[in-house]
Write a new protein. Structure first.
Ligand SMILES: [Zn+2]
Ligand SMILES: [Zn+2]
Length: 243
């Protein structure tokens, strides 16, 4: 039986979001219904509401979530009901040239759930980044579910699905930070702090955190920044050169 839950929807460009009744279908082949326990608020959700991603309103927002698998469809083997999972944007195929080369981030055949969640009147929803987790439950492809340690609080684990990956990946993969490197990170919010943590994990010896908020610079130290620079009262470029 399809279920009705509450969710946060952006109905039209630039308009305030609204709490709506969402119809979540039973999971079809390869799909899973997840009970959302926590979901971060990311700037990309604002981009969706502002029409900056595409015009496929209404959007079911939210994409940094952790929760528990409630039910799975036919053929699902990677997760089972009761599993504690985080959600990622797209499931990879596991069989294409990129997946077989161990580079699933270049997968040629990624996918989300085939079925659509809808508003109560049947209007199809576009889930933000294929997730739509500002809702009590959401329907995803099972490959979007990654089991994680159930002792991790959902409010922290969910962030792995977007902000942490974005920053950590920028440092460790895109930026290729390595042992002994010097790194400067401009902007020490969630993504910036994750980039600092990624640089630290990769063995960077000098990590300069740049922000205009002393409180954030203090937090940056906890993630591995070795130096901090408040760009309001210091020339950041000159400071970085001097380190
Ligand atoms: Zn995000
Ligand atoms: Zn693939």
């Amino acid at each position: 039986m399809p279920q009705e839950v509450q969710g946060i929807v952006a109905r039209a460009k630039g308009q305030p979001v609204t709490l709506e009744t969402i119809v979540v279908p039973d999971p079809g082949p390869g799909e899973a219904v997840v009970q959302v326990q926590a979901c971060g608020v990311c700037h990309t959700d604002l981009h969706y509401r502002e029409g900056g991603i595409n015009d496929e309103f209404p959007f079911l927002l939210g994409h940094e979530a952790a929760g528990v698998v409630e039910s799975v469809g036919d053929g699902v083997t990677n997760v089972s009901p009761g599993d504690y999972v985080i959600l990622n944007w797209r499931a990879v195929c596991g069989n294409c040239r990129s997946c077989l080369k161990g580079k699933p981030w270049y997968c040629f055949d990624t996918h989300n759930a085939d079925q659509k969640m809808t508003l109560a009147d049947g209007t199809e929803l576009s889930p933000a980044l294929g997730i739509g987790a500002f809702a009590e439950k959401t329907l995803v492809h099972s490959g979007q579910c990654t089991p994680v340690d159930s002792s991790a609080p959902a409010t922290a684990a969910g962030l792995l699905g977007c902000g942490v990956m974005a920053g950590l990946g920028a440092a460790m993969n895109t930026g290729g930070v390595g042992r002994g490197d010097s790194v400067a990170v401009f902007g020490c919010g969630g993504v910036g702090d994750a980039a600092i943590a990624g640089s630290h994990l990769a063995g960077a010896s000098t990590i300069v955190a740049v922000d205009i908020d002393d409180r954030k610079l203090e937090w940056a130290k906890q993630f591995g920044a070795t130096h901090t620079c408040n760009a309001n009262d210091t020339d950041a470029v000159e400071y970085i050169k001097s380190v």
